[in-house]
Design a protein around this ligand. Structure first.
Ligand SMILES: Cc1ncc(COP(=O)(O)O)c(C=O)c1O
Length: 375
């Protein structure tokens, strides 16, 4: 009987670098196929915000799966409008449209911006990551993953992240939208200066471009508020979400300001906002209501415990630069039962389930400090 690893080598396209098989998860822990237990500070890359298999989320998924798994958007979908209402109210924005992933949500945001402005050009930032569909990839900076697929048909200019002066020269009356991460996640938790979001807002207001805030990684309480833009005083025109929305059931969404919406036939998707995803999303939201207010303090505990590594912290998005030692630090932690990951080549990223407790945080801090000292 071939192992999964052997079958993967033979039958699965080798687009991922991986060597570990995770077979079970519970709360903040996962187990590999040898039975080894890990404290999981990766959380499926900032996805499993309620922890693994939270009983309320699992029960909601199971109940919905026994009632109706799929019906299509030709009909009202159970739980869809309820989840839209929760997300709309939490964001203070207007209407919601669901998708199946972060990249798809960003594509929807881009389509809405094109439709609303009649313009076709975009501006994004160096080291921003927005996804790998043709649209979102056009606004993803990393040349190694974008350039081999060009031309993508969507012009996008990239400015230095956080630099409002430089942005002024890039945004014109031809720009449909400025798309940005409020904190860069895939690059290793890079936090921009406080004037970044207000500066983008002003430039967009001056030029008629829309402001698309990619909250795929930062949204759903990750930074200690429902959405990272809420740390600033401004509102984007559109935000995109995915990752933490449904605790690991694929789901993306956009939320646009009042009056900005697709009209009939302008956008659609067979699976998006399906009954099981919405059941997971509703249960996730309800669990997170009491968790989000505690996230900032948990982040501060990480900041204190990792102080000598100069961590960058916003809620439970924690990163520090470790240079070429990064892979060895991650490997040491893995050997000692703690999963963290390397982001942007030289940074360690820590994005645990938002339900992580103080004892688990202290254990993680001890192992990470040990790793940083010993590699
Ligand atoms: C900020 C951001 N935007 C978009 C994406 C793409 O999301 P997905 O992988 O669900 O398509 C990611 C994924 O890491 C992300 O971090």
């Amino acid at each position: 009987m071939p192992t999964s690893k052997q079958l993967d080598a033979k039958y699965y396209m080798p687009a991922f670098g991986r060597d570990m098989e995770i077979v079970r998860g519970r709360d903040c822990h996962v187990w590999d196929s040898t039975g080894k237990k890990y404290l999981d500070l990766v959380a499926g890359i900032a996805v499993c915000s309620t922890g693994h298999c939270h009983p309320a989320v699992t029960a909601a998924i199971c109940k919905q799966a026994q009632t109706l798994i799929h019906c299509s958007n030709l009909y009202y979908v159970p739980g869809q409008a309820e989840l839209a209402a929760k997300l709309s109210k939490a964001s203070g924005l207007g209407k919601v449209f669901f998708g199946n992933s972060g990249a798809e949500a960003n594509d929807a945001a881009m389509k809405l911006a094109i439709r609303a402005t009649g313009r076709h050009e975009f501006v994004s930032f160096e080291h921003d990551f927005h996804g790998r569909t043709v649209g979102s990839l056009a606004c993803t900076h990393k040349p190694a993953i974008r350039v081999p697929f060009e031309p993508l048909g969507i012009p996008c200019k990239f400015g230095p992240y956080g630099d409002i002066e430089a942005l002024k020269d890039l945004v014109t009356k031809k720009t449909a939208a400025v798309m940005f991460e409020p904190i860069q996640g895939e690059t290793g938790v890079i936090i921009p200066p406080d004037d970044f979001l207000p500066g983008i807002r002003d430039i967009c207001d001056d030029t008629g471009a829309l402001m698309i805030c990619d909250e795929v990684q930062t949204g759903m309480g990750r930074t200690g508020k429902w959405f990272a833009f809420q740390h600033s005083a401004v509102q984007p025109d559109i935000i995109s979400l995915a990752k933490g929305v449904a605790s690991g059931i694929p789901m993306g969404a956009i939320i646009a300001r009042e009056g900005l919406e697709f009209t009939r036939g302008e956008h659609g998707s067979t699976f998006a906002g399906g009954p099981v995803a919405c059941a997971a999303g509703n249960a996730t939201f309800d669990v997170l209501k009491s968790v989000v207010p505690k996230v900032a303090a948990k982040g501060e505990r990480f900041r204190k415990g990792l102080a000598h590594l100069n961590p960058r912290v916003r809620g439970l998005m924690v990163g520090f630069t470790a240079g070429e030692k990064s892979p060895a630090i991650a490997e040491y932690c893995r050997e000692h039962g703690v999963l963290i990951n390397v982001a942007g080549g030289e940074n360690i990223r820590i994005v645990p389930p938002l339900v992580i407790n103080n004892r688990e945080i202290d254990h993680a801090i001890a192992i990470i400090n040990e790793a940083a000292e010993s590699v």
